[in-house]
Design a protein around this ligand. Structure first.
Ligand code: ADP
Length: 265
């Protein structure tokens, strides 16, 4: 190789290195902007319940002759808002652990029937006093997936809670349908409520996305992003399906290759 050919090659290599550095720098700037946006959303979300706790505590402190009914009501608000703060902090920590890959995961052979049973039991309290009817369409035999039982249950608890919270209808119904096809399984969680416009089908998975009015019963808009992160971690996907009535969320997971219920029995 001649001197000038060597020079040319070195200059090409330098150019490539410079290009890579520029790309890395752009990515770092993007990540830093995302972090800033997340932090400012988090502080905004924390400020609302904290302001509420402080204001009501101040009223209680500065009004010694407040009647019992008001005292109870304000204490209840302080209690509920503190619980909301704790939930919010737990969710923020969960999401940051999930996104940074620092979460430790169990990988067990998990029965989908058992996971759904657990999620239904955990959300029973939420359905108390409602006239919600639950339908379960099971696959002909149980499906086994490789997963962390508690984490997977957390996803279905979230989908079922959302169906209860947002799926308001005159005769509310929630359907859980498990369908196996080849190496994959779909679990569809549907309600017959007002549903979600398809142009928001991706927005609902964004952090702090809330479509309707913000209520005390509602969460911070982190349930779906956390659920999607969990399902991605298990090699699957979580999507909102286009349906004519209500909302249907579909969890798709790979079926465990090493286990089936009959093999376990
Ligand atoms: P949150 O913790 O606020 O419930 P999610 O991330 O679970 O947050 O949901 C985000 C938003 O998506 C909710 O605030 C609600 O507006 C909308 N949503 C979720 N599930 C449903 C559903 N089944 N029907 C209608 N809207 C829903």
């Amino acid at each position: 190789m001649t001197y000038s050919q060597r020079l040319e090659r070195q200059s090409r290599e330098l150019e490539e290195t410079a290009r890579q550095l520029r790309l890395a720098n752009t990515r770092l700037t993007e990540i830093s902007a995302q972090k800033d946006a997340f932090l400012s959303q988090v502080s905004h979300e924390l400020r609302t319940p904290m302001t509420s706790v402080r204001s009501f505590a101040e009223i209680l402190r500065d009004t010694p002759d407040l009647d019992a009914a008001h005292t109870r009501r304000f204490l209840k608000i302080i209690h509920d808002e503190s619980e909301r703060l704790t939930r919010l902090l737990d969710e923020i920590l969960d999401l940051s652990f999930l996104e940074s890959g620092r979460m430790s995961w169990r990988r067990d052979e998990v029965s989908l029937t058992e996971v759904i049973d657990r999620a239904l039991a955990s959300t029973e309290g939420l359905r108390d006093g409602t006239n919600i009817v639950i339908h379960r369409d099971r696959a002909s035999e149980d499906v086994i997936v490789t997963a962390d039982f508690d984490r997977l249950a957390q996803v279905f608890i979230n989908l079922l809670s959302n169906a209860v919270k947002y799926g308001k209808a005159d005769a509310p119904e929630i359907r859980i349908a498990v369908t196996r096809f080849g190496g994959k399984v779909h679990v569809d969680v549907s309600d017959n409520g007002p549903g979600i416009p398809m142009h928001d089908s991706e927005r609902v998975f964004e952090k702090f996305a809330r479509l309707g009015e913000i209520t005390l019963a509602g969460g911070a808009g982190l349930g779906l992003p956390i659920s999607r992160e969990i399902i991605h971690n298990l090699g699957g996907s979580l999507d909102l399906l286009p349906v004519p009535v209500g909302a249907t969320f579909r969890v798709t997971l790979p079926v465990s290759e090493t286990a089936s219920l009959s093999a376990r029995a």
